[in-house]
Design a protein around this ligand. Structure first.
Ligand SMILES: [Fe+2]
Ligand SMILES: [Fe+2]
Length: 304
């Protein structure tokens, strides 16, 4: 079997929504007045990723946003149905990514494969300048009660020819550090959360390069890009899509990250969710036409 020839990534839940954001050659925008109902923005992410390889097509739901209400509302507005999803990839154990998960399973009514790292089920919380936020916990029992086929992996996992979940991403760049204040409670013990549970989705489109979907980029987007190249053996990057978690980093770290994105040679850098307003503005200036901001309803289409 050959490598995927087309990948479409539709943002079902994202932090940002702007009906006037223009399309680009690789990114379509939802036209508000033509939808069944208006879209809703929310702090979180959910992507529908449609992967086509000849006659074979595969729809992977990546995360489910922060709340089922906005997730379902936007699925309906975009005229997508829960039963067209073939598998669900939960990128990491933060509630802005799994908030709609149990609701989605109930709405769908039929079990499906769910892919995640085993650490997504530990309770987690954040210590912030505004105090403690959380804890939250994704209940494994509830997923199992819904009949899901659970695939927990910490190593690379191949879902289809050319389609990979990274497993744990090695932290190698000197400038991409852990998320300040992130905590995990393991076996009753509170500790700093290294967020090893965050994995990225990587689609190898051969000569066109890699499509890298990184939802929160806690391991660092440059580490993620480097590891995607390593596991696929393909050093060409086609698109980097997702949340880059740069709002609180220093200007120096932001500059180094943008250098890494430039060096990747990606034709498209489409960022949303936790990327941050200032980093988006800087990337817009530095990456020019290769940069676009992700909005709810945005659809990136990458073809071989
Ligand atoms: Fe997030
Ligand atoms: Fe996160």
């Amino acid at each position: 079997m050959s490598l995927p020839e087309k990948v479409s990534v539709t943002a079902v839940v994202d932090n940002y929504l702007d009906v006037f954001e223009p399309p680009t050659p690789l990114v379509e925008r939802a036209v508000a007045g033509k939808l069944k109902k208006p879209l809703l923005a929310g702090h979180g992410l959910a992507f529908l990723v449609d992967i086509t390889n000849g006659e074979d097509s595969f729809c992977l739901l990546v995360d489910t946003g922060n709340a089922f209400e906005s997730f379902r509302h936007n699925m309906e507005a975009l005229e997508r149905t829960p039963t067209e999803v073939d598998g669900l990839f939960l990128s990491h154990g933060h509630p802005d990514h799994y908030g709609g998960l149990l609701g989605f399973l109930e709405w769908r009514g039929e079990p499906l494969p769910v892919y995640c790292h085993p650490d997504v089920f530990w309770p987690k919380y954040l210590m912030t300048p505004r105090g403690k936020v959380g804890p939250w916990k994704l209940e494994r029992d509830k997923l199992e009660a819904a009949g899901v086929e659970l695939h927990c992996n910490s190593e690379v996992q191949q879902l289809r020819q050319g389609v990979y979940l990274t497993g744990e991403i090695p932290r190698r760049t000197p400038f991409e550090g852990p998320m300040p204040g992130a905590k995990i409670i393991k076996n009753g013990e509170d500790m700093d959360d290294p967020l090893v549970d965050e994995q990225a989705l990587v689609v190898n489109m051969g000569d066109k390069g890699l499509v890298i979907l990184s939802t929160c980029s806690h391991p660092g987007i440059v580490n993620t890009i480097n590891y995607a190249k390593e596991i696929t053996g393909n050093s060409k990057v086609y698109a980097v899509i997702g949340g880059l978690h740069l709002a609180q980093v220093s200007q120096e770290v932001l500059n180094q990250t943008i250098s890494g994105l430039k060096e990747s040679g990606a034709e498209l850098v489409l960022t949303g969710h936790c990327t941050g307003f200032r980093p988006n503005c800087t990337m817009n200036r530095e990456l020019g036409s290769r940069f676009a901001v992700s909005c709810v309803g945005s659809k990136a289409t990458l073809a071989a």
